[in-house]
Every structure is written in C-alpha cells, then in structure tokens.
Design a protein around this ligand. Structure first.
Ligand code: 6PG
Length: 252
C-alpha cells in the first residue's frame, strides 16, 4: 500500500496511528509487541508524537520491545547514533526500561563482533538457534518482528543496506557488519531475510531529494543492487509506504 501525505506532520500522524494499531493487535494476540526502529531523521517526528500527549496513553508501553534495524559504527552516546536519537525522542520520554530495549552494543568496538553479538541477543529473545546449518527457506531461523520501521536514502538504501554492498547478498545471518565504501566505514544492519520475515513493514519517506529514486524503486526495473529498497518484500507480511508529496512528486 502507498499513501501520500501533504507534509511530514500528516505522514507522522498517520504513522503513529498505524504503529498503535499494529502494536495493540500484537499485544492482544501475543501479549507483547516487538518493533524495529528506523534511524536517520525522518522517523524523529513520529517518535516525538508517540511520546506526546496524543498517543502516549494509547498502548501499554510495558509490553513493547524495541530493536534497531541498523546502527552507525559509533558509541551509543554519539550524536550520530540511531539509539541516541530514539532514546531522546521516544524511549526516555516514555521511561522505557532498559530490559525492553535491545540495541547494537557498539561499545564492543569491532563491527563484526558487534553484529555477531546483536544476532545472539535477537536469537535469545526469539529463541532462535543462531547460525544453525542453513535450512531451506530460512524463515524458521529468522525473528518475526511485529513491525519494522524503515527509511530510504536518496541513493535507495534502507537500514544500512547500501547499493552494491556485501550485505545485500546475505541470506543466512540476522544481522551483519556492512562495509560502505562511500562512507569509508562499517555500518551495522539487519539483513533482508530478517526484514522480510516481519509481519508489518512501514517505509517513512519524505523530501524532494528522494523523489527521483523513489520513482525508480516503486515503478522502475527491479535492480536491488542499485536500489536496495526494492528488495524489501515481506514473505507473509504487509508493506506500507508512507510518503510526503515532495518525495512522491514523480509518482504520477
Ligand atoms: C540511518 C537509517 C537510514 C535512513 C535513511 C533515510 O541509519 O541513517 O537507518 O537507512 O533511514 O538514510 O534517512 P533520513 O530519514 O534521515 O532521510
């Protein structure tokens, strides 16, 4: 489903309503709600809304468990950290307890070790046998998140799955360290098998600078090496694109 909004405020309000709806349904069905947060700047207004007067009482936050789709290779108190951004805009204002938050432990230093550690954390939470021998299909070794929030970069990346990077090919690991040549650094990211195993995926995309790429991603030839966001195709879940008018300007 693709929905276009006049601006980021309208987009974020709809996203907040959808977040609450999905969350309450998960709590009703499973007794808890596991959500993967997106980084970058677009989701910030959604997070602030969820922690604000209009939404903070609409879900039992004690039943919500927070994960991160990707992280920069920085310490958790670095201003570049996705964990820091979510902490300031959502987790701290809602007084979410540490045992409900599962972040990339970037203080471990080595990117590969950070990713392996995160895989183990997620594996424990979902009772998965991490790194089992590859099984056909693979979906029984990947977590089933109730909701994954994603952004899209102007180059078509999502999470930290950047064009022409090794992580795009990953079929067995839940989370990896991904060398990004243009950043000259590692990024930490969940993989497509993890993302595509979610029950619900919401893309939040705003800004004119994304319009050209968004047209390619949604209506162009399937070339996920160049436009990784095209590879987000939930196996048994729902995919929702929430887009503002500026980003949607070429989607005639
Ligand atoms: C990150 C995000 C990344 C982000 C896109 C869009 O770590 O930056 O996970 O995938 O969602 O780059 O970023 P903006 O929302 O800032 O445009």
């Amino acid at each position: 489903m693709i929905k276009v909004f006049s601006d980021i405020e309208e987009l974020s309000n709809f996203a907040a309503e959808t977040f609450i709806e999905i969350g309450n349904a998960a709590i009703e069905k499973l007794g808890q709600f596991s959500v993967v947060l997106a980084g970058g700047s677009t989701p910030k207004s959604l997070y602030q809304l969820l922690a604000g007067e209009n939404f903070k009482d609409k879900i039992d936050w004690k039943s919500v468990y927070f994960f991160f789709g990707d992280e920069r290779n920085v310490l958790p108190d670095d201003k570049q950290s996705n964990f820091l951004m979510a902490g300031e805009s959502l987790l701290k204002p809602l007084q979410i307890t540490d045992n409900q938050i599962f972040r990339w432990q970037t203080e471990l230093g080595d990117a590969t070790a950070i990713a392996a550690n995160y895989e183990k954390i997620i594996g424990r939470v979902f009772n998965l046998e991490v790194n089992p021998p590859a099984t056909a299909g693979g979906s029984d070794i990947f977590p089933h998140f109730d909701l994954i929030l994603l952004g899209m970069g102007a180059d078509g990346h999502t999470a930290s799955l950047f064009p022409e990077t090794d992580a795009l090919q990953e079929t067995e690991k839940i989370a990896v360290a991904n060398w990004v040549e243009k950043l000259q650094d590692f990024r930490l990211t969940m993989t497509f098998p993890t993302i595509n195993n979610a029950s619900n995926i919401i893309f939040l995309v705003s800004g004119a600078e994304k319009a050209k790429t968004l047209k390619q991603v949604l209506h162009g030839r399937f070339q996920p090496e160049i436009f990784p966001s095209q590879a987000v195709k939930p196996i048994n879940g729902d995919l929702i694109w929430l887009i503002d008018e500026k980003a949607a300007q070429f989607l005639a």
